[in-house]
Ligand binder design. Sequence first.
Ligand SMILES: Nc1ncnc2c1ncn2[C@@H]1O[C@H](COP(=O)(O)OP(=O)(O)OP(=O)(O)O)[C@@H](O)[C@H]1O
Length: 255
Amino acid sequence: MTRLQTTELIIDVPGRDDGRPLSLNIEPGQVWGVLGPNGAGKTTLMHTLAGLRAPRSGEVLLDGQPLLALKRRQIARHLGLVFQERQDGFPATVLETALIGRHPFLSSWQMESADDLALARRALTRLDVAHLADRLVSTLSGGERQRVAIATVLTQSPAIWLADEPTNHLDLHHQIAVMELLTEEAVNGRAVFMCLHDLNLAARWCNHVLLLYPDGEACWGPAQQMLVPEALESLYGQRLATTELDGAPVFVPVR
Ligand SMILES: Nc1ncnc2c1ncn2[C@@H]1O[C@H](COP(=O)(O)OP(=O)(O)OP(=O)(O)O)[C@@H](O)[C@H]1O
């Protein structure tokens, strides 16, 4: 079982004081929602957890080993990242893009196997983009491109999902489908750590929450303890009305 931990982690947000050090344990079966206003440092945290950006201080540990001491390929065998923004550097089809998820498991110049191809096709079907397999990704709509990005990480099949606003660009049906998929991954023993701007998606699907404030202050814990109106109102500087539906809180902004 793969775990991601941070010990006294300070992410490096330019020009910001250190704030509260993050000591997180991201465990199999957990679905984390990271909430905070624009500029609070959510993407910076995701990139730091993925080892793409050095922390200001503290450490990220993958199964007890410092992330920065591991090779990219080793990291990519355990940890997948759905980026908030992506540039398609060279022309590739949807299927070729999904197959990139298998690269951490292939040696240089090794071709993808029939099993790899089956995994990619299954992931495209799961994300409802199988019919686009032969299309160039540069021709896709924003939501289709987002679903291909998630299908690529599903093809990678990581023990730890880092997802930066995975529901970006998605219509309501596909937002729910992606939240269901990520929950299913957690039920199957994976860990999910995602940034969200939608409080109600977090309230319904996340069992752990990290609140990140623009000054570096932070608090985290079980979702029921974190998703309380006073904390969220101060996080966003926005008054909220709260009700409950099917056992989960529902938050509505008040004008
Ligand atoms: N290379 C950089 N140089 C200067 N400032 C940067 C750089 N990268 C990020 N920042 C700043 O760091 C802060 C945190 O950015 P980050 O993208 O992590 O925020 P976020 O919480 O993901 O925001 P959003 O909700 O808008 O996606 C922002 O104020 C951003 O402008």
